[in-house]
Write a protein of this length. Structure first.
Length: 289
């Protein structure tokens, strides 16, 4: 066999085996490598390269080496699942680097992290003032996760005493002009409903690049032809209805509020929302021209 043909066959074989073994190792091997997985990836790649080009070596020995490394990696992962000590030993332990706005210099030195690198990590999270940080923890991956002090944390429905309903998962029901049967079923919609929605928008299935049933159960369309404009009236009407519902909920909470302060807060917020709705009502309820 000619050398170029042998190299071609060995490379194809190594690529297929490497792909299958990578799939076997799972998504975490690709999305975020631990310290040991990083070493495993380098070694497996080196073996695969040698398998492709080293014509003097037996190809099956390279496959055996690949299989041994993957099996060893899987064994380590299984042991990590069962043992916290082994996880800490292999992947390192999380380390607190900021506590109550104060940098823990000893822990920084332990993790070999400079103050410049720490501030860079904070700036990536739009944090420029150390006093805004309650805790900052360096994870085993090297990423720094931050918890802000309470007054700097974003406002949530829980802070207002609200209990919003659960959000449904969006589903892509058409891709590249083809209906996706399983996502359509999971969205709780039928093929007949999908056809009616397409007809309402005067769109054919094969004209749709991507169609998604969003969290509110509405069908959102993206067409191959970007010059075609789709009506937005139903979306605007739904937004207006949701805002009106929020206003009614705030008024109801104001009536049942246990204290005078919370009653005034709910009432004032409802009044401000009512003023906002009066201003944007012409935009949200405008007719399609």
């Amino acid at each position: 066999m000619q050398e170029w043909l042998e190299v071609l066959l060995r490379t194809l074989c190594a690529a297929v085996v490497l792909f299958l073994l990578t799939k076997l190792l799972g998504k975490r091997q690709v999305s975020q490598l631990s310290f040991f997985e990083y070493l495993t990836g380098i070694t497996i790649g080196s073996i695969a390269a040698s398998l492709s080009l080293d014509l003097e070596a037996n190809w099956y020995l390279g496959l055996i080496a690949l299989a041994v490394w993957v099996a060893f990696s899987l064994l380590i992962e299984l042991l990590q699942i069962k043992s916290k000590r082994l996880r800490d030993f292999i992947d390192f332990k999380a380390t607190t680097v900021i506590k109550e706005g104060k940098v823990l210099e000893g822990n920084l030195k332990k993790e070999r992290l400079t103050s410049d690198e720490l501030m860079e990590q904070l700036r990536k999270k739009s944090i420029f003032d150390l006093a805004d940080v309650e805790f900052a923890i360096m994870e085993s991956s090297g990423e720094v996760n931050v918890m802000l002090v309470s007054e700097k944390q974003p406002l949530t429905p829980k802070h207002l005493g609200l209990q919003p309903g659960s959000i449904k998962e969006p589903h892509e029901v058409i891709m590249d002009g083809e209906v996706m049967e399983e996502p359509l079923r999971l969205s709780g919609k039928s093929a007949a409903w999908l056809k009616r929605e397409l007809n309402k928008n005067n769109v054919k299935q094969e004209e749709v690049y991507l169609a998604q049933v969003d969290t509110s159960g509405e069908l959102k369309l993206d067409l191959y032809d970007d010059q075609i404009s789709l009506p937005q009236v139903r979306q605007k009407a739904a937004l207006f209805a949701n805002l009106k519902k929020c206003e009614a909920d705030l008024e109801m909470f104001g009536i049942s509020a246990p204290t005078k302060e919370s009653k005034e807060l709910y009432t004032n917020t409802a009044n401000r929302l009512n003023q906002l709705l009066a201003e944007i009502k012409p935009l949200l309820q405008q007719k399609k021209k």
